[in-house]
Design a protein around this ligand. Structure first.
Ligand SMILES: Nc1ncnc2c1ncn2[C@@H]1O[C@H](COP(=O)(O)OP(=O)(O)OP(=O)(O)O)[C@@H](O)[C@H]1O
Length: 268
């Protein structure tokens, strides 16, 4: 999963160019995504969210094309596409009178038949997603009455409940405390490894991003490096795009083991 191209991709971008106002915010992006989890990182304004929106088909393109399972996104009928590709927006909606369980059930909408009847497997998917994000205990509370981190976990559960092969997450760790950040990272790794899902997450927490299978380093609307988090070129580029404000270190995952994890530290 080193370069921009992977064999048999689930999702592909070719020559993506996006203009917003009078600025080109994405330039000639070529990327493939296959099973595994990819973290997109880069400084503020790099174009990460715009890229994710483009991959989800939510961003008008000046040039280029996105393909899902080899077919152009625009050719997919909406329900089929919604079953194949789930999306968690940055700063998801806050309000509404819906209860937690009803919000998570929205994730099953693309699966419901003609009469909109939920079946056993829909309710099971909802239960599993709430368990995975730890929101079962407040399933009857209203979304509007939750804290920022609790709400984020519910919106994440809704995206997980879709059980789509492709999952696009824009800053999913926002508002999450460390235990829930760790739980989410483990969940992404598990879904990628055990269920062959294609997961793409924009992440600001660099030490979490460094746990991904692959990093895409962006700056000023372009891709500057792609590769495994341990790749020295990827790490050098990461430090560069953040203007030398960070350093990357290997630390043992536990005392007495040789297995290491990468961490990014602010260079104070
Ligand atoms: N409506 C708009 N008109 C003009 N420029 C815009 C508009 N919306 C966003 N931009 C610019 O597009 C660029 C990319 O924005 P984007 O949100 O994709 O960046 P990002 O990498 O996700 O940033 P952040 O880390 O701050 O969330 C930014 O420079 C932003 O100022």
């Amino acid at each position: 999963m080193g370069g921009p191209f992977v064999p048999d991709p689930m999702l592909s971008a070719r020559h993506l160019q996006v203009r917003l106002g009078d600025r080109t915010v994405l330039r000639d992006i070529d990327l493939d995504f296959g099973p595994g989890w990819t973290a997109i990182v880069g400084p503020n304004g790099a174009g990460k969210s715009t890229l994710l929106r483009a991959l989800a088909g939510l961003q008008p393109l000046e040039q280029g094309e996105v393909r899902l399972d080899r077919a152009p996104l625009a050719d997919w009928p909406a329900p089929q596409r919604a079953r194949r590709l789930a999306w968690l927006a940055q700063q998801g909606e806050a309000g509404g009178d819906l209860t937690v369980i009803d919000v998570v059930r929205l994730g099953r909408l693309p699966h419901l038949g003609l009469f909109g009847l939920a079946r056993g497997r829909d309710e099971q998917a909802v239960r599993q997603a709430m368990q995975a994000t730890g929101c079962t205990a407040w399933r009857h509370r209203r979304l509007a009455e939750l804290s920022g981190g609790e709400r984020q976990r519910v919106l994440l559960a809704r995206a997980l409940a879709v059980q789509s092969p492709v999952l696009l997450l824009d800053e999913p760790t926002t508002h999450l405390d460390p235990p829930h950040q760790v739980a989410l990272v483990r969940q992404m790794a598990r879904l990628a490894r055990e269920e062959n899902r294609t997961i793409v997450a924009v992440l600001h927490e660099l030490s979490l991003a460094l746990a991904a299978d692959r990093l895409v380093v962006m700056a000023a609307g372009q891709i500057h490096a792609i590769g495994q988090p341990g790749d020295p070129l990827v790490q050098r580029t990461l430090v560069e795009v953040f203007g030398g404000a960070i350093r990357i270190e290997a630390v043992p995952v536990a005392a007495g083991t040789t297995e290491v994890q990468w961490v990014a530290l602010p260079r104070l």
